[in-house]
Design a protein around this ligand. Structure first.
Ligand code: ANZ
Ligand code: ZN
Length: 803
């Protein structure tokens, strides 16, 4: 028969799909929006790991097309920001040129995947027609008071020479370049994401997302309930307010700790302690956040002052320590060493008394060697609270404290407002004009986009100002309000600005007047399925949810969650699980593989390599296996074209089982087992074809099921099977439970030759399964040990038993 020629076949069908697209919007079909996380056009091009997510989303899109949907499946470029700019600086090429070059190379590579992207929808975040709307959203936020200016110490990456959002600092290091992050006091543009904290938390319930990602967002938002309690400073009219989630332990508070940055820190020092206190404050200010987080040994200094525990009026010493953070809660804590690990460690080191106030199961400890941190047990050493259950008290104490007039019940969030300015060139200019008379004035909407000026020197300055500050002709302007002289804001937006809303623009990418028309938004949004890597769990995915809620509030869209369902694919790694990277020299480019084996083989191998949600190791020989499968199936169809038989009961059964197995595995995203399923059925069908011949319908069904995975091959075989229209015009086949059933027979189950019960068993059942079924049926009626087990297929089961 004719040999499988992937080059000719794939070329042929690319042309045909271009002439006759397979995903047509006839206005009647239900829409299904399947979105990929769009790539940063970095200079290295795509490797086989990038393919994985795109192959998964394409299979899902084609499956939805076969289920009668019009699938919105767009692609674009996330091209502003640090990754693109750092690459440009490294290569010494202007970022505008390097991003354009990278995009054209990556686009060529993405086209090799043969995904059903609609390139009319393509967006590029650096295109002025696009970032006009990124700026417009900022102006709307400014008008609503959600974008505001503030001078504050922010995270600063000394290597990228820019401020960073909290989300961009991972374990104290820059998420981009890995440098240790320091603090820098800078005037910032901030977005008030905290105003949405409760909605961002509560609405996670609506989402069909991996639990892991929901938990990461929940922890990041970090909502906790507790109390703020006021401690008077002894011999002073000052008071210190602490935030605690464990007001039940108030009687056990034997000292207090303030963050060294706390407003009262210096004031509390006495003549004897002043020098030591000031030294400690200064030393802390030099510490990078990594050191502060990772310091094993607790450090601290006694201020010399005392506070009064408001419940028992006992004097407690006030300390400073860097384990208390300045920007969480009130920056001051009451310390309960008996029931908190950090406080325990601190008390041990500085010899501060430890008072147990919770007794688990009434147990009092003689010498505590570690803190008992559970809110479970009876209160002791706690005055009127003695004998109360601590978990109950933990809930009730905030209101009791409020009634006593010593504090109030509060809720706290870990989430901080979003530091939104970058002191970098390659980003959307923030559309604000500073006027001495009128203050910060937004660029009028009709003047948007505010174009990023072309510059020669785009390297970060490190001065805390972006390179734009050096272009006088651009900076100096007139105030849109009063017409007087004014200066432009020179900071740019972070790389997340465009990606926070790009998925809305795809469906109306050429709209000159609106971000997206409301009519189209109502029809095609939100996203039904979002596919991408898990690394964006709290950055992009949180920001996009915030933007969507804001755009919902101002009436641009009528939904408040952008992504109904989320799938995170795992990474493809090199040998021994090492991440693919140019520096490690283990990058595998898809280009050669596509030439040698074809797109269809590579698509199949991307799935066969392992469970799609897990990291999987690339194995060069693995692709040979899928290539063999394809050729074997190709030959099966071709060699039977002129000798189909009529379907037997056996053939019908296997066809329905095939549909069932592939569909259920695909629906549950078990895509690697879909491919192994195809391989097994291919082997079975090959033997059946040799034994009694094979029917046309079974092979047609196989081709149809295979089409989302290996689209070129399937189209070619579909044509050979006598069809003149695309396989993607078909409907996904349905299985029928009745036809899948195996033939059954009555089998007597005997013990020592006497029939005890008769059961129904499939005629194809294995010996083990038959014996297991026999034992289960006999439950309780077997007294003695089985010494022999007999199964005569289709006839009898017999257990020989000895007492
Ligand atoms: C007394 C206490 C007793 C505490 C006890 C815990 C256990 P979450 O759940 O993360 O909100 N805390 C408050 N502000 C802090 C700050 N700025 N830096 C470091 N720690 C701070 O944690 C709240 C708890 O963390 C608070 O409750 C406080 O210690 C500490 F047996 O107060 B707790
Ligand atoms: Zn003005």
């Amino acid at each position: 028969a004719e040999p499988y020629n992937h080059i000719a076949i794939e070329e042929k069908w690319r042309k045909k799909w271009e002439e006759n697209p397979i995903n047509v919007n006839d206005g009647k079909k239900p829409k299904y929006y399947c979105l990929d996380m769009f790539p940063y056009p970095s200079g290295n091009g795509l490797h086989v790991g990038h393919w994985r997510g795109y192959v998964i989303s394409d299979i899902w899109s084609r499956y939805k097309i076969l289920n009668g949907n019009y699938v919105v499946h767009p692609m674009g470029w996330d091209a502003f920001g640090l990754p693109a700019e750092n690459y440009a600086i490294k290569m010494g090429v202007h970022p505008a040129k390097s991003t354009a070059d990278n995009i054209s190379n990556i686009k060529r590579q993405i086209k090799q995947i043969a995904a059903v992207y609609d390139w009319d929808m393509e967006v590029n975040t650096t295109d002025p027609d696009f970032y006009k709307w990124t700026q417009w959203i900022f102006v709307q936020m400014f008008k609503k008071g959600l974008a505001y200016e503030k001078e504050m110490p922010i995270n600063w990456c000394p290597s990228c020479k820019t401020g960073l959002a909290n989300e961009e600092v991972v374990d104290g290091k820059c998420e981009r370049c890995g440098a240790d992050v320091t603090k820098k006091n800078l005037r910032q543009w901030m977005l008030k994401i905290t105003e949405y904290a409760d909605r961002l938390l509560a609405d996670l319930d609506k989402l069909d997302w991996p639990e892991k990602v929901k938990k990461m967002q929940t922890d990041w938002i970090g909502k906790s309930h507790g109390a703020e309690i006021d401690f008077k400073v002894d011999n002073s009219d000052k008071a210190i307010t602490v935030y605690t989630t464990r007001p039940d332990t108030l009687f056990g508070a034997t000292f207090m700790v303030l963050a060294p940055e706390h407003a009262l820190a210096k004031e509390l020092a006495t003549d004897e302690t002043r020098k030591e206190v000031e030294d400690y404050i200064y030393k802390t200010s030099l510490k990078s956040s990594v050191d502060r987080l990772q310091d094993k040994e607790k450090t601290g200094v006694f201020t010399g002052s005392y506070a009064i525990n408001p419940l028992n009026n006992k004097k407690v010493p006030i300390w400073l320590s860097d384990y208390v953070l300045a920007d969480y809660g009130t920056g001051a804590i009451m310390c309960v060493p008996a029931h908190d690990d950090r406080d325990f460690e601190f008390a041990k080191k500085f010899d501060i008394p430890i008072v147990q106030v919770i007794a688990p199961e009434g147990k009092e400890f003689e010498n505590m060697t570690e803190a008992y941190t559970k809110p479970e047990g009876l209160m002791i050493n706690s005055g009127e609270w003695n004998n109360m259950e601590s978990s109950k008290l933990k809930k009730e104490a905030p209101l009791m404290i409020e009634k006593m007039g010593i504090g109030k019940a509060t809720t706290n969030y870990k989430l901080r407002d979003w530091v939104f300015s970058r002191q970098r060139y390659w980003g959307e200019p923030i559309p604000i004009i500073h006027c001495e008379k009128c203050g910060a004035v937004p660029v009028p909407e009709e003047d948007l986009p505010l174009l990023l000026p072309d510059v020669e020197s785009y390297q970060p300055t490190g001065t805390g100002e972006s390179p734009l500050a050096g272009i006088d002709s651009w900076v100096n302007t007139t105030c849109p309000c009063c017409g007087g002289p004014a200066k432009r804001e020179t900071n740019t937006m972070p790389q997340w600005a465009g990606s926070s809303w790009y998925f809305l623009r795809y469906i109306d990418a050429h709209n000159k007047d609106e971000l997206v028309s409301r009519e189209k938004a109502d029809k095609y949004l939100p996203v039904d399925m979002y596919i991408g890597g898990v690394e964006h769990a709290v950055l992009h995915l949180l920001y996009a949810r915030f933007y969507t809620k804001f755009l919902n509030d101002i009436g641009v869209v009528d939904f408040d969650e952008p992504f109904k369902k989320l799938f995170n694919q795992g990474m493809i790694t090199g040998k021994n699980g090492i991440k693919m990277s140019k520096s490690k020299g283990n990058v595998i480019s898809p280009d050669d593989l596509v030439n040698e084996y074809g797109c269809d083989s590579l698509r199949l191998y991307e799935l066969f390599v392992g469970p799609p949600e897990l990291d999987s190791e690339w194995d060069d020989r693995g692709i040979d296996g899928v290539y063999r499968f394809i050729t074997k199936f190709w030959n099966l169809v071709n060699s039977n074209l002129d000798k189909f038989v009529s379907p037997t009961k056996e053939l019908v059964k296997i066809r329905h089982k095939l549909i069932y197995d592939i569909t259920t595995r695909l629906e549950s995203f078990s895509l690697n087992t879909v491919i192994s399923g195809f391989m097994e059925y291919n082997n079975k069908l090959n033997s059946m074809a040799k034994e009694g011949g094979i029917d046309k319908e079974t092979l047609e069904t196989f081709v149809l099921l295979l089409s989302p995975f290996a689209p070129h091959l399937s189209e070619e075989l579909w044509e050979k099977l006598g069809h003149d229209s695309s396989v993607f015009n078909c409907t996904w086949p349905k299985y029928n439970e009745e036809s899948m059933k195996d033939d059954e027979k009555d089998i007597p189950v005997q013990v020592n030759g006497k029939t005890k019960i008769v059961i129904k068993l499939s005629v194809d059942i294995s010996k083990e399964d038959a014996l297991a079924a026999g034992k289960e049926a006999l439950q309780g009626k077997l007294d003695g040990n089985i010494v022999k087990e007999i199964y005569v297929p289709g006839k009898i089961i017999n257990f020989v038993v000895k007492k």
